[in-house]
Ligand binder design. Structure first.
Ligand code: ZN
Length: 487
C-alpha cells in the first residue's frame, strides 16, 4: 500500500479494545479464520463472516503486499452432522462433503471473496496425523486424559485461564453445573479431543485408528473432536503464534476458548495462540439471530435468486463488522438500488471500453487517504463505501460536463476503491436494468412455496405458484433451484 504511515487498528476481543496492529513479521502476516462444516449449503451468516474477513485480507494485502499475507480457512469435513446427513441421503460422507465444499466455493466466488492462501481439510492425512500427535503431547503433559470408553478429554482444571477470551471464569461456569453420573468427565468444562467410536451414535462410519496415525498414548478408533483441528491447522499452515484469528462471535465460547487451551498448553508460558482475535456480529431476522437451529436462515443460493451477489456484499459492508445486520427485503432492495447507481456511472464512464477492469491501482493520491483511513480504522467499511459513492458522484459530474481529465482522475480513484471493496467486478451482468426486488409479502409467498416443495406438498406449492403468478411474478423450477422474474 503506498501509504505506509497508516496504522491499522482492530478491535481485539482479548482486550475488548481497539489496538494498533503490527504483524510479528511484515513479510509474513498470518490470518486464520474458522471455516464451515460442509453438510449443507452455506447461509447468509456465513456470507457475512467471509465477506468481513475478505475485507481484512484485502486490507492486509494493500498494507503489506499481496504475497506477504497468509490466510488459512479450514473445512471441517469429518463431523457427525456430515455422517448423519450422508446416511439420510444414501451417500458417502466424503462425497457429501465434497459436494458442499464445491457449493461453498461457488458462493464465495459469487460474493467476490478472494480464495484464502490455504484451505486445509481434517480428512487430509497430514492434518489427522498432526491432530493425533497434538493429542499425544497433551496427554503426556497431563492436559488431557483417556476415559474408560476410550475418549480423550481436555483437562480444563489444568488451564486456569480457560474461558478468558470470552471473559468467563472457570468457577462461574462450574457454578450450578454438575458432572452427570454417567459422564466420564472430571469436570463439566472438559471437552472432547478424540471421540471414540464406542459411544458414537454414528459408529463404524469414518473411524480412524490412532495407532495407524502414530499415536502412542491413546488407541480407541474414532474421530477428532471439533476444536482440535483448528489448533493443529493454524500451527501447520501459519506457525505457532499467529497474528490474527477470526470467526463469528458465536465461536468465542466454547470453540475459540478450547483452541486457546489446546494450543497454549504446548507453547512457552505467556506465548499466545493468536495476538489478535477478531469476531464479526450476527445476521438477525427481525432482531433474532439467524441460525440453522432456529430455522430462520436463508442460504446464499436462495438469496441470490432475488438479489445480485454484489448487492448482498454491499449490504453487508454498510454495517460495521462487529454490529448485527438485520436481513430484510427492504435493506437488500436499497443495496440493490445503491449498487445500480454505482454501476450506472461506472458503465457510462466506460462506454467505449467493452471490458472496464477494476484493478488495484499502485499510484499515490491524497484524495484516497480518507478511504484508506476508514478501512485502517477497525475496518470501517461504511465510511469507505461513502467515499466510493462520493467518487462516483464526482465522476458522474465530470461525465455531465464532458471534462475528460476529471473523468480519468475519478475513474482511477473509483476503480481503486471498488477493487479494494470487491465491488463493480461484473459490469456485464449489470448493464441490464435490475428487476424490482421482491416485496416482503412477495418474498414470504416465495419462501412458503419453497417450504411446501421441500416437504413435497405439491398442491400447496402449485397454489402458491398461481398466487405469485396472479401478482405478476413468474416462477421457474430448474436443476439449480427456483428462479423468479416479473411478468
Ligand atoms: Zn476454529
Amino acid at each position: 500500500m503506498p501509504k505506509p504511515n497508516l496504522t491499522l487498528t482492530l478491535t481485539n476481543t482479548l482486550t475488548r479494545a481497539k489496538e494498533a496492529f503490527t504483524p510479528h513479521s511484515a513479510n509474513n502476516v498470518t490470518l486464520y479464520v474458522c471455516g464451515i462444516t460442509p453438510y449443507d449449503h452455506a447461509h447468509i451468516g456465513h456470507a457475512r463472516a467471509y465477506v468481513v474477513f475478505d475485507i481484512l485480507f484485502r486490507t492486509l494485502q494493500r498494507l503489506y503486499g499481496d504475497n506477504a499475507v497468509k490466510y488459512a480457512r479450514n473445512f471441517t469435513d469429518i463431523d457427525d452432522k456430515i455422517i448423519t446427513r450422508a446416511q439420510e441421503v444414501g451417500e458417502q460422507p466424503t462425497q457429501l462433503a465434497q459436494t458442499f465444499i464445491a457449493s461453498f466455493h461457488k458462493d464465495m466466488a459469487a460474493l467476490n471473496c478472494l480464495p484464502p492462501t490455504a484451505e486445509p481439510k481434517v480428512s487430509d492425512p497430514k492434518v489427522l496425523k498432526g491432530i493425533v500427535a497434538h493429542i499425544d503431547a497433551l496427554i503426556e503433559k497431563q492436559f488431557a486424559y483417556v476415559t474408560a470408553s476410550g475418549d480423550v478429554m481436555y483437562r480444563t482444571q489444568k488451564f486456569p485461564s480457560f474461558g478468558a477470551l470470552a471473559h468467563r471464569k472457570l468457577d462461574e461456569q462450574q457454578h450450578g453445573a454438575r458432572v452427570k453420573a454417567d459422564d466420564e468427565k472430571e469436570s463439566p468444562n472438559d471437552f472432547v479431543l478424540w471421540k471414540a467410536n464406542a459411544k458414537s451414535a454414528t459408529k463404524l462410519e469414518q473411524a480412524f485408528s490412532p495407532k495407524d496415525l502414530g499415536a502412542k498414548l491413546f488407541s480407541a478408533p474414532g474421530r477428532p473432536g471439533w476444536h482440535i483441528e483448528c489448533s493443529v491447522m493454524a500451527k501447520q499452515e501459519l506457525g505457532t503464534t499467529i497474528d490474527i484469528h477470526g470467526g463469528g462471535e458465536d465461536l468465542q465460547f466454547p470453540h475459540h476458548c478450547c483452541e486457546i487451551a489446546q494450543s497454549e498448553a504446548l507453547l512457552k508460558p505467556g506465548q499466545p495462540l493468536a495476538r489478535f482475535w477478531l469476531h464479526n456480529g450476527f445476521i438477525t431476522v427481525g432482531g433474532t439471530k439467524m441460525s440453522k437451529s432456529l430455522g430462520n436462515f436463508t442460504t446464499i443460493k436462495d438469496a441470490l435468486k432475488s438479489y445480485s451477489a454484489e448487492a448482498i456484499r454491499l449490504w453487508l459492508l454498510q454495517t460495521h463488522y462487529r454490529k448485527p445486520v438485520d436481513y430484510t427485503p427492504a435493506a437488500l432492495a436499497a443495496a440493490e438500488a445503491s449498487l445500480a447507481k454505482l454501476y450506472a456511472t461506472w458503465n457510462a464512464a466506460f462506454k467505449k471500453d467493452p471490458k472496464p477492469a477494476v484493478t488495484a491501482w499502485k499510484g499515490t493520491c491524497s484524495r484516497l487517504n480518507p478511504f484508506r483511513r476508514a478501512l485502517a480504522d477497525d475496518l470501517n467499511t461504511a465510511a469507505a463505501l461513502a467515499e466510493l459513492h462520493s467518487a462516483s458522484n464526482f465522476l458522474a459530474e465530470a461525465l455531465r460536463n464532458g471534462d475528460e481529465q476529471k473523468q480519468r482522475y475519478w475513474r482511477q480513484r473509483m476503480g481503486y476503491m471498488a477493487h479494494h471493496l470487491g465491488l463493480l467486478q461484473n459490469p456485464q451482468a449489470h448493464t441490464a436494468k435490475p428487476q424490482t426486488p421482491l416485496s416482503a409479502a412477495e418474498q414470504a409467498l416465495l419462501t412458503a412455496r419453497e417450504a411446501a416443495r421441500a416437504s413435497k406438498n405439491w398442491p400447496e406449492s402449485d397454489r402458491l405458484r398461481d398466487e405469485l403468478k396472479a401478482q405478476g411474478i413468474l416462477i421457474e423450477d430448474g436443476p439449480t433451484g427456483t428462479t423468479w422474474r416479473r411478468a
